[in-house]
Ligand binder design. Structure first.
Ligand code: PLP
Length: 497
């Protein structure tokens, strides 16, 4: 069962099953759902897992959580990993030097790690919606990777419609095309004049709009969310951390019980939370090292105990998926460590005063599991170049992890670095790094340039994007979003009256 991070308001149910938590992801007082109790992964589990496939291990872990989803549905959901580059190894663990291994999490359909969770999650959500005969509208705002992965998983799925807002000019060409070439009729993609913050605030305005909500209600459509605050995504993000350990065992780099480090390039902290739960469940992670870019709010929290957005503005970097100031999933760690009363207090302080501070003892508790450091774009570019020369191509988000590898790894243990995107999604930055120039390239030019310089292949799903017709060419002002969505859903404003 699942409970709420900020306690219960007396109206919502106090304990809910998994299906409820994923269909209705917002909990009392603006909190999130967390498992009431975490199951245990012991050495017997790990030993047995070392003879199993990724899919089997996923099903075993889901089973430990005893969630209220039928086994055949879970089976079909994890079968979606068959569509990854290598069905037997959806997340290959690649040794790159000495004690450093890359957990490549981007081998799914949209070439970013969001697929790891969204592929099976989309199947389960649509199944639940069909079961209760309810139509859902999923609203998403994306800075680039969540959008394509959300659209891909829900394309042609019954009972689900998706509207996805992206900042026009604020994504890479590849990311934009992954969205605007979507053919499926249940998807609507809208460019917004403005940046990601504008897209996100437009979405929040919409969620709060009474005319919007009334129109949906009157048509029998419910709203839900597929962002990483949905526990239905987090549960699948535990698995690949466990699998990395199994891969180290299989490659005979460790023996059962040995600890290892993991480094996570973090934004909304979903990936890091998956590692935290894996560690709490018993996976021998020595420490979770959090990598940030210069939007280093997580580094501040984990090194000083202070989460302070008062004097910050969001800075643009070459790792845009980590450009974030309010990192939602931190709340789940706070609740696990300090309980619901304290979490509510901290989150209210963040909302009202834009700052909270942990006590010295609380910080020490947090640092038992985490350490953190940030990396600037110059360091990331140099890292990309150095590794490319040595034969390994990593994207700008993955590159931020090398700073943590160099500065935070206190013990000589194997170190698993989570690689969150394929280089093909950020080709202009990659070519700038490799050529050490500052020219402006289109994605197409840069993909070709890197292909020729480094002789790496561009997957067909990326190469073909440039030849596909653009289906969604709307770019709208904030004020026109609601009407455009009404159009898409065949609602007239009359419905709202
Ligand atoms: C989403 C994303 C991240 C951040 O992951 P969180 O789980 O939100 O911390 C990092 N890198 C890439 C490429 C991403 O798409």
């Amino acid at each position: 069962m699942f409970i709420e991070t900020r306690g219960n308001d007396g109206i919502k149910p106090q304990r809910v099953p998994f299906s409820f938590a994923i269909l209705n992801p917002s909990a009392s007082f603006g909190g999130l759902y967390i498992p009431e109790k975490l199951p245990t992964i012991d050495s017997t589990f790990l030993e047995q897992a070392s003879h199993k496939s990724y899919k089997e291990i996923t099903l075993d872990i889901l089973k430990l959580f005893k969630i209220d989803i039928e086994e055949d549905v879970l089976q079909k959901a994890v079968d979606l990993y068959d569509g990854f580059d290598d069905a037997n190894e959806p997340t290959p663990l690649v040794p790159i030097k000495n004690d450093l291994y890359v957990n490549e999490l981007y081998h799914g359909p949209t070439r970013a790690f969001k697929d790891m969770a969204l592929q099976p999650f989309g199947y389960i959500l649509s199944h639940l919606a069909q079961n209760i005969d309810q139509q859902y509208l999923i609203l998403a705002a994306t800075s680039g990777d969540t959008g394509p992965a959300t659209l891909d998983t829900f394309a042609n799925k019954p009972n689900i419609k998706v509207v996805c807002l992206y900042p026009d000019g604020g994504t890479s060409d590849v990311q934009r095309l992954q969205m605007t070439t979507q053919k499926s009729k249940n998807l609507k993609i809208l460019g917004i004049h403005g940046n990601f913050d504008d897209a996100q605030s437009a979405l929040k305005t919409l969620l709060a709009s009474s005319s919007f909500n009334e129109a949906l209600t009157c048509k029998g459509i419910k709203l839900s969310a597929a962002n990483s605050v949905n526990f239905g995504r987090i549960i699948f993000q535990i698995v690949y951390h466990v699998y990395a350990y199994i891969a180290l065992l299989k490659q005979k780099k460790i023996t059962l019980g040995d600890p290892f480090y993991t480094i996570v390039p973090s934004g909304n902290f979903g990936n890091a939370l998956g590692a935290y739960y894996a560690k709490k469940m018993g996976l021998p992670i020595e420490k979770i090292l959090i990598a940030s870019n210069i939007n280093n709010i997580l580094t501040d929290l984990i090194t000083t105990g202070k989460y302070d957005v008062r004097h910050r503005t969001l800075l643009q970097t070459t790792s845009p998926a980590m450009d974030i100031l309010i990192s939602s999933n931190v709340e789940r760690v706070l609740c696990d460590k300090f309980g619901t009363t304290r979490t509510k207090e901290l989150m209210e302080s963040l909302k009202n005063d834009k700052v909270y501070a942990l006590t010295r003892e609380e910080l020490a508790t947090l640092r038992e599991d985490f350490d953190a450091v940030f990396c600037d774009d110059t360091f990331a570019k140099e890292t990309i170049k150095t590794f490319a020369q040595e034969g390994y191509v990593m994207d700008p988000h993955t590159a931020t992890c090398l700073k943590a590898y160099e500065t935070l790894k206190a013990k000589p243990l194997p170190c698993v670095l989570c690689s969150t995107a394929e280089w093909t999604k950020f080709a202009p930055t990659m070519l700038n790094a490799i050529k050490n120039d500052t020219l402006t390239y289109t994605d197409k030019e840069a993909l070709e340039g890197i292909h020729q310089t480094l002789h790496v292949t561009i997957p067909a799903s990326i190469a073909s994007l440039f030849d596909e017709p653009i289906i969604h060419d709307d770019v709208v002002f904030k004020e026109d979003i609601e009407a455009t969505i009404f159009d898409f859903l065949n609602l007239t404003c009359k419905d709202a009256q």
